[in-house]
Write a protein that binds this ligand. Sequence first.
Ligand code: ZN
Ligand code: ZN
Length: 822
Amino acid sequence: MEKQYLAQSSEKQMQEFWESSRIHSADQNPGPLFAVDTPPPTISGNLHIGHIFSYTQTDIVARYKRMDGFSVFYPFGFDDNGLATERFVEKKLEISAHKLSRSEFIKRCLQVSHEAEAEFKKLWQAMGLSVDWNNCYSTIAPNVRKLSQESFVELYKKGFVYRKNEPALYCAQCRTSVAQAELEDVEKDSFLNDIVFTDSDGNKLVVATTRPELLYSVVALLYNPDDVRYMHLRNKKAHVPIYGYEVPIFSDEQVIIEKGTGLVMVSTFGDKTDIEWFKKFKLPYRPSLGLDGKWTEQTGIVAGLNAHQARERILKELSEKGLLLRQAPIKHSVNVHERCKKEIEYMMLAQWFLAILDHKKKFLELGEQINWYPTHMKVRYQNWVENLSWDWCLSRQRFYGIPFPVWHCKGCNAVIVADKKQLPIDPQETPYKGVCPACGSREIVPDTDVMDTWNTSSITPYICYDMYNPHTESVFDDAAKKGFIPMGMRPQAHDIIRTWAFYTIVKAWMHNGIIPWSNIVISGHVLSDAKEKISKSRGNDMRTPQKLLEQYPADALRYWTASGALGTDVSFSEAQIKIGMRLITKLWNAFRFINEHVSLFDAKTVTPSDFGTVNEWLLHQITQTFVKYQGYLERYEFSLALDSVEHFFWHDFCDNYLELVKDQLFHPENYKTDMVNATRWTLYHAGLRLLQLYAPYLPHLTDVLYSAIYKDSESSISIHQTKFSTYQVSYDFAAGAQLMDKVIHIITQVRKLKTEKQISLKTPVKELLITGSSAVVLNDIGTQESLIKGVTQAHALTMRSGTGVQSIQQKGDEWYVAVHVE
Ligand SMILES: [Zn+2]
Ligand SMILES: [Zn+2]
């Protein structure tokens, strides 16, 4: 072993060895299946530090499970079929989807996704993820398109999917309908405008509105039935300013008397209540907004303008006519599209919906059947389900996505769904052959929308099964029948509980009536700290994953990711990476020491019949450590598990054990051969056990050490294929361990006293006086006399019962030390 660990070259070598030997693939690691539903990252931007954080945390769990005896199926995927990717491509190539032909644009998207995915993969390989890269999917690939369409067809047949001309959430910026899960609430400054309408008798009616640009779309005025100011308006009509047409006046309990003037205008559509009133009073549909985000021809003076311009123009017109009485500044919460941050509009479009509102209770029950880590994350899921108010709109009016496998009959509006055998299909490329089965018409047109990208990512368990068992006939039946679903684990971030987690639960229930995975493990995000905000441009640049990997070993970066408690957002911490560096050096040195002393030792040596108290103590401690470690990792508390190994390694192993056995190892001639052999045996096995415990966290270093010291004498070619059941043998030496704790207490006290006097720890002690609380204690300690004398360099040991003091004194050239033990 080299004096220094050459991290850069060693890590690279290890990664190549793992890849070529397929160390991590499920078929190389027999056992019960543990399948990981890896989050497919969205191809929507550059790599950042967050990309290595949560993925490494998942890898720690995967590596742990593999050593715990599971056949871990750990695939990977890329989500590259949605609006996020479109936007990324438009920005990167400085093009607009609307200005290219559809096929040309899709070609560019595929090319950019392909390049970005290669970059992503390189990074994760460099971080040492134990993913099986032979099982890698892309959500735009033909097999996934097929599954996504198949899911649609099956759920359509089961009656969960319906098509309706419904008011839906619409983003005028992205020119597509969106789902409730894609909305964000934002506080915005606005004005409440008092606008003058008139009643049939020419009396003024003052209406307060935040959306004057929708004046053309006004279809009614409303007041609260208890509002005495307006009761006389019952059954009357109002005259809309500028546009000069009449609308009915109704009363409704939902109108808040105290808000504005208590008189509200209903337009199609200004907000969600407008939609409720539209349905309740069967109002006409008078849209202002066109699909292109511009105000339509019919809106006259504001035709061709966007929402903001239209508002300014209408207000100017009203003001000039003396019909704008007042503008009160307000702050209110509005819905914006999470992708582009533009305010959400409402639009009537024929859309595909998945019926979810009817099954809220079921979804809450399913949430209870899944183990949530950390547990409080379940509340977020429950809140989301309870607050659902829209069915899931699946239609998107975009280009780069998975099309609906559907044609429409122009004659009778019948929906013609593609046969499963035809999938994947793009109905815009493949015309429907034949006539409408309902009316015989030959005028059949393709559906031109694409599916919400979550329609595909919500079936990742099925996509994974398709890779796990590529010969299956019917993925949606088999995945559950063969026990692949529920999967072992879904790792994901907390901000997509309402989308990815929720939709996956919905789909698994609709397809198979079960939960998609038994455990969901929620990671936090990496926050930028205050310092970074100050020097943002420079700071961000320094912290790209690539730059960090040039500077630090992947194992040190992994050490930082493991320090974050599960589900908690953490700051990037270079200090933590440096602690990881120190650990790597300390481990390297400790294992060089082990190597030196076990190289003469035959690993096949039988387990000693008598370990001796020191070795018993170490074996007892490492057993206890493993129990804690396993307890934590079973609850996905990887940072606490690491803490327990750290405590054992630094404190028990390095500070105490190695100090206690050093003399035996350097001067074996002074000890009984059996004793020295027992110590070598213990050193060898404790080292092996330690490597296993650190392996999920520092996979490169531990495997380098394993191959240097253990590979030749053990049966596995990599530490990552060893099992805990082989090496983490349980030892219970409680009595010996208790005694050693006392001995270590004595030794620690002597060390401390010497350090206080600033003398070397090797300084001989003329007499060490130990006072003890009882004769029994002293009697026990007496059995370890030679050990205590050896480590403390004491010539003589005196023991006396009673209360004692701790002291160190120099008489002439000689030192006298006194310590107490309970
Ligand atoms: Zn948008
Ligand atoms: Zn027809």
